[in-house]
Ligand binder design. Structure first.
Ligand code: ADP
Length: 498
């Protein structure tokens, strides 16, 4: 059953520059990954239009950065309110173009709003400080101010929330910005233009321009007014962008790929671990940088975990995200399915065993043109199989066994990535010790989604540089100026003596 009909587009799917829609250069077909149907032809920006967008942000910079933090924060909080008021329509659009189940899309809309709320509040908490000088007649004033115009580049897996994290932080800091959403999912991004305007955001403060990735990276890097490049994407893309950014010595903030270990300790509540693992892997069909990519379980309890996980995977409902009660939608496109299949096939050739695959969607005729990948459980996986060492963006659960906890920690850390990790166990001291030994940016202990606007989220190693959320997220868009000042003269009277 269709949950509700798809929303008609209520905005022009074209670049949003200087507070209005502008004709783009050529069209991007946006298709529903659950059916293959064309939803809209969005227009993209070329180099000229990208530069025009940057110039608009440059013009808007002085008034926006000089506006009071209270005013800026107030507008951002109003954006949060407007997003929440429009949550149903936005979530349906998100499901339509990205494929994730409606309930997950609604969660993303609320998560996006929470960043506007959080940074709307944080805008008022950008403090400087005064430090002592070696010369007793002077002091240092340490000021924080907006770093400049920011170039924001986001992927298709959380096309609204990834943008919201960056936009809200940049604008709260007093920066203006150009946002380039992924070309697979430009619609939900372009829907934000009119909404930001309704919240009172001055024209030019945020431009939204779908455009090719490599071109955007080069144009952003070459423009002298862009001072911060913030990207969420693959590690390879992050590396390319850093090379571009090096030419103009631009600051980069990078949220990149992951290869999260999910460590089940010997005393874990297996039912809880299995339930959370399945929810984590079905979330956006595993197309998430923090999804579990390697499940480490003691060999003595492997069968119990495998049985519990398989039962839940087979019970999941896989289908069109606009249907009621769907747990997992399609992958973003057919090539994504081929990529995941390549990893799974090679693992099987190397000795991994398929425990189960949920192909329930095959019986529905309306889904035959779609890009579904069956949620799959694999056991007897080895560390060097690509299904365990590459970032597999799909609903595949590779199960590996270990004998001793230190061995699990060593193998969990034996990856170039360092984004997220999960630890399941009843002995919380042991959980804490294991968590502290992991080379990652965030660890969930008996929790599968430890992400919220209040905390900094960012990886180490090849998973990125910098953080989003928390107070740290704001600092990605602030620069520091130190002023060495003579102290005011104390005058003739001593104010402390009676
Ligand atoms: P994914 O594989 O999830 O699409 P990508 O890293 O390819 O991740 O893309 C993330 C975002 O980065 C997208 O908006 C994409 O257009 C953009 N992008 C891709 N290549 C580059 C590049 N060389 N420079 C800047 N942005 C890029």
């Amino acid at each position: 059953m269709i949950l509700k009909s798809a929303p008609e587009l209520w905005f022009d799917p074209v670049p949003w520059i200087d507070g209005k829609s502008c004709s783009g250069t050529n069209a991007i077909p946006v298709c529903n990954p659950a059916t293959g149907e064309l939803i809209a032809l969005a227009e993209r920006a070329d180099e000229k239009l990208l530069n025009l967008a940057i110039e608009g942000a440059v013009k808007a910079f002085a008034p926006w950065s000089n506006a009071s933090a209270v005013l800026r924060g107030g507008i951002l909080k109003l954006v949060a309110t407007l997003i929440l008021e429009d949550r149903d329509r936005l979530a349906r659009l998100l499901t339509l173009e990205q494929g994730k189940p409606y309930a997950q899309a609604l969660g993303e809309v609320q998560y996006a709003a929470s960043f506007f709320q959080w940074f709307g509040e944080e805008a008022r908490r950008v403090y400087g400080r005064i430090a002592p000088h070696a010369d007793s007649g002077r002091e240092y004033w340490i000021e924080k101010g907006p770093a400049g115009v920011a170039g924001l580049i986001t992927p298709w897996n959380f096309p609204l929330a990834q943008g919201a994290k960056k936009i809200a932080a940049a604008l709260a800091a007093g920066c203006t910005a150009v946002w380039k959403p992924a070309e697979r999912t430009p619609l939900i991004a372009l829907a934000m233009g009119p909404l930001l305007r309704e919240a009172g955001l001055p024209d030019g403060v945020l431009q939204i321009v779908p455009a090719p990735g490599r071109l955007t990276g080069r144009v952003f890097a070459d423009h002298r007014s862009i001072r911060v490049l913030s990207l969420t994407g693959s590690t390879a893309t992050g590396s390319d962008l850093m090379v571009e950014a090096a030419r103009g010595i631009k600051r980069v903030s990078l949220e990149l790929g992951g290869n999260a270990p999910f460590i089940v300790l010997p005393d874990a509540d297996i039912e809880l671990a299995a339930e959370h693992l399945v929810r984590l892997k079905l979330f956006v069909s595993g197309q998430v940088c923090v999804t579990a990519n390697r499940v480490f379980v003691p060999s003595s309890i492997e069968s119990t975990l495998v049985d519990a996980v398989a039962e839940k995977i087979l019970a999941a409902r896989v289908g069109n995200g606009l249907w009621e009660g769907i747990d997992a939608g399609p992958l973003i496109h057919a090539q994504a399915c081929q990529g995941v299949d390549g990893c799974v096939d090679s693992a099987i050739r190397q000795g991994a065993q398929v425990v189960c695959r949920n192909q329930s969607y095959l019986s529905d005729a309306s889904l035959q043109q779609a890009s579904f990948y069956p949620p799959t459980v694999l056991r007897r996986v080895q560390d060097d199989m690509s299904v365990a060492c590459d970032e597999v963006f799909g609903p595949v659960i590779p199960i590996l066994t270990y004998e001793k906890v230190p061995e699990a920690i060593r193998r969990a850390n034996a990856t170039p990535y360092g984004l997220a990790a999960y630890v399941y166990g009843r002995d919380l001291s042991l959980c804490r010790a294991v968590a502290s030994s992991l080379q990652v940016g965030i660890v969930g202990v008996n929790e599968w989604r430890p992400l919220t606007a209040e905390i900094p989220f960012g990886g180490v190693k090849a998973s990125g540089i910098g953080a989003e959320g928390g107070e740290e997220g704001l600092h990605e868009f602030l620069s520091t100026r130190v002023i060495s000042m003579p102290k005011p003269s104390p005058g003739s009277s001593d104010p402390i003596s009676p």
